[in-house]
Design a protein around this ligand. Structure first.
Ligand SMILES: C[S@@+](CC[C@H](N)C(=O)[O-])C[C@H]1O[C@@H](n2cnc3c(N)ncnc32)[C@H](O)[C@@H]1O
Length: 176
């Protein structure tokens, strides 16, 4: 199946946390999502992602400043299923077979506070255990489970550098 997965991050951070945000983007990119929607204030991350794409390939994109409500509305209008990750949702292991059947998905993750409406507007509220942890971990596990591990074999196309997997040390080739 030619699956399309996008990611939306909602909710305010009281303290700016660029590292978490960058990791959310890098995990989305590495594990098979095509786009992440972020708030307006997060401009710095775009430069980082452009550099990562130039160095390691692919065309993963961060889209800034579209209100979360509009991202969800537009996603539904194009037949995309909205899957909100929350510790209060239904266990991932009980729903993953159903999620694997969906061709277009919007995975929604929060910061510390997620507006109540997100729970109601989502097609699915999904928990990766019913314990509190992290949006990065929840996203990574969900991407991995939905794609049955196929994302681990993804190719990223033309790049400046390419890693030669090695049992010890670092082997990197510069592409001509
Ligand atoms: C710091 S947590 C806040 C925990 C929040 N009370 C919740 O609803 O899951 C930030 C984000 O991590 C994700 N998250 C944390 N624990 C999770 C879990 N067990 N299952 C799914 N997502 C989780 C959610 O997307 C949440 O909005």
């Amino acid at each position: 199946m030619n699956r399309s997965i996008r990611v939306l991050r909602v909710g305010q951070r009281y303290v700016r946390d660029d590292r978490t945000l960058t990791h959310l983007c890098l995990v989305s990119r590495a594990l098979g999502a095509e786009t992440i929607f972020l708030g307006d204030a997060e401009k710095d991350v775009v430069g980082t992602l452009d550099e990562v794409n130039r160095t390691w390939g692919g065309d993963f994109r961060a889209i800034l400043g579209t209100p979360w409500r509009k991202v969800i509305k537009d996603s539904k209008a194009e037949g995309r299923s909205v899957v909100h990750l929350t510790m209060y949702g239904m266990p991932l292991q009980d729903k993953v077979a159903e999620l694997r059947e969906l061709e277009k998905l919007l995975l929604v993750v929060g910061g510390p506070k997620v507006p109540g409406k997100v729970y109601h507007e989502a097609d699915y509220n999904i928990a990766v255990t019913s314990q509190p942890h992290s949006e990065i971990a929840a996203l990574a596990i969900t991407l991995h489970e939905i794609q049955s591990g196929e994302e681990l074999k993804s190719a990223f196309g033309k790049s400046r550098l390419r890693i030669l997997p090695s049992p010890r040390g670092k082997r990197v080739v510069e592409e001509k």
